[in-house]
Design a protein around this ligand. Sequence first.
Ligand code: SF4
Ligand code: SF4
Length: 257
Amino acid sequence: MGINRREFLRIAGIASLWGLGGQAAFEILKPGAIEAQARAPLSQGKKWSMVIDTRKFKTPEDFQRCIDACNKTHNVPKVANVRQEIKWIWTEKYENAFPDDQNQFLPESMAHKSFLVLCNHCTDPPCVRVCPTQATFKRPDGIVMMDYHRCIGCRFCMAGCPYGARSFNWRDPRKFLKEPTNPEYPTRSKGVVEKCNFCEERIAKGLYPACAEASNGAMTFGDLDNPNSEVRKLLKENYSIRRKPSLGTQPNVYFLV
Ligand code: SF4
Ligand code: SF4
C-alpha cells in the first residue's frame, strides 16, 4: 500500500490520540488496520449486533482475511474432514444463506455470490431453549455464549440452531491447532460444542470483533439500542436482510445487499 507523508501524519495523529504512541507504524498500517484505528473504541452496549456490507466483499481473500482473523484469535482448529470441521465464521452461497428467498429471477451476480455467515446471536435463540445444562446461555447484552465446562456434548443445541452455527469437537481439537496459538484464549477439548462468541473477550476491552477489524470496513459491530450507533446509521440508510426471518429467531446479524 502506498502512503504519503500527509497520510502518515494523519494516522500517527490517530495513534497518539488513542495512546498508541508506542505502536510501530507497520502495525498501524496493516491491511484493515487504518479503518480499525479510525473507529472510536466500543463503549458498553445493550444489544450487540453486526452489519455485514456484502457489497464490499469482492474477492475470496476479502472473506479469508476475516475468517483467518477469527480462527487465529480463538484457536479454532483446522480439521480437514468436512463432517468434523469447526466453523465460527464461514461462507455460504445465496441459496443456503437465504433459503427463504426462493426468487428464480435473482440476478446472476447475487445467485453465484458468497456470503460471510456466523452465529446470529438471535434475540430468541432456539439453541438456548433446548440446552439441558445451560452450557449455552444468552447474556443481557444479547451475546449467545458457550460455557465449555458445562457442555455435556448432547448436541441438542446443534439440532436447535437453524443456521448450522455450532460445531462439535469429535476429536481432540488441540491436535488440529495452527501454531503459534493465542495464549489469551482457551483451547477446547473433545466432546464439547463451540461457536462464535461475538468476540466478547475483545469487546470487554473496547475492541472490535476480530473479523470486523480485519474486514476493511465491510463489517460493522455496535449497539442496536443506541440510535446514534454506526449499526443503526447503516440500517437506516441501507436496505438490509436477515437469515431465515420466517423462523422468528430474530437474528442480530444484518446483511446489506
Ligand atoms: S445462530 Fe444458532 S447458535 Fe447462534 S444464537 Fe441463533 S440459534 Fe443459537
Ligand atoms: S465476532 Fe468474533 S468470534 Fe464471531 S465470527 Fe467474528 S471474529 Fe469470530
